[in-house]
Design a protein around this ligand. Structure first.
Ligand code: IPE
Ligand code: IPE
Ligand code: MG
Length: 252
């Protein structure tokens, strides 16, 4: 069967991570302020959580504010912070009722104390929900996450709690913000950009990447289904050989 006819897997990926990009361009194209793009982006985020649940995705990770996004104008940064606050305040009860466990990854040090408390509250309230996990990457940067993990391990070594020789991949992974989560099988980026922008550098080591031209506010159920279908046509090899590969060595 040719690549184009490959029927694809029937099971959806368990963990999908999305770089939600293109809010600003969506607004710009309509002569609207960037804030309007972010507002519509939040609507798309709500839709994505619903659709992911319907499609059987167990974990959805959404990149909503990077450690580099502080470089934007102060007014845009504070609007994005207020959107997170509003999202947690307004949507928590609905998410909880729908059986969604909420997790926030990223550095909390730079967040205002009240926002930090709000985030902790959302995590505590939804802790035992099992239908789906929504991971919001906020003030998240993968390099920052790895540095924080390395620092904690270094402190344990310095305190004599662990041997340096005991540091391995599993230990490092267990010190990341995503400690108890499986790696994403699929990473989607919207808006046509084809870069990772400091997202899940460790966890996406063997993820499949799908780049969608759709701007995030327009990313609907069909766009999500398209990305999952594309994932289904990929062959994941993890450094090994494909099922159909000729495994003979040195046959000439
Ligand atoms: C994504 O949209 C939202 C965040 C990064 C917070 P952008 O704001 O990056 O939109 P573009 O890339 O400027 O269109
Ligand atoms: C990545 O988008 C971060 C988020 C989606 C939160 P950016 O728009 O910040 O990324 P760059 O600057 O284009 O790489
Ligand atoms: Mg962008």
């Amino acid at each position: 069967m040719s690549q184009g006819q490959r029927p694809g897997r029937s099971a959806p990926p368990a963990h999908v991570a999305i770089i939600m990009d293109g809010n600003g361009r969506w607004a710009q194209m309509r002569g609207l302020p960037r804030q309007e793009g972010h507002r519509r982006g939040l609507e798309a985020l709500r839709g994505a959580v619903r659709h992911a649940g319907d499609l059987g995705i167990r974990i959805l990770t959404l990149y909503s504010f990077s450690t580099e996004n502080w470089r934007r104008p102060a007014a845009e940064v504070s609007f994005l912070l207020s959107l997170l606050r509003r999202f947690v305040e307004k949507d928590l009860s609905e998410l909880h009722a729908a059986g969604v466990r909420v997790r926030i990854i990223g550095s909390r040090d730079d967040l205002a104390a009240d926002l930090r408390r709000l985030v902790e509250h959302a995590e505590t309230v939804t802790r035992d929900n099992t239908r789906m996990t929504l991971v919001v990457a906020f003030n998240y940067g993968a390099r920052d996450e790895i540095v924080r993990a390395a620092r904690r391990i270094a402190m344990d070594v310095a305190a004599g709690l662990i041997e340096a020789a005991a540091v391995d991949e599993a230990m490092l992974a267990s010190h990341l913000d995503t400690a108890d989560l499986p790696d994403p099988e699929l990473v989607i980026r919207t808006s046509g950009e084809t870069r990772i922008s400091n997202f899940l550098l460790w966890q996406a080591a063997y993820a499949e990447f799908v780049f969608s031209p759709v701007l995030w506010p327009d990313f609907d159920r069909a766009a999500l289904e398209d990305a999952i279908a594309e994932y289904g046509r990929r062959e994941r090899r993890f450094g090994g050989l494909s099922e159909t590969a000729d495994r003979s060595v040195g046959a000439a």
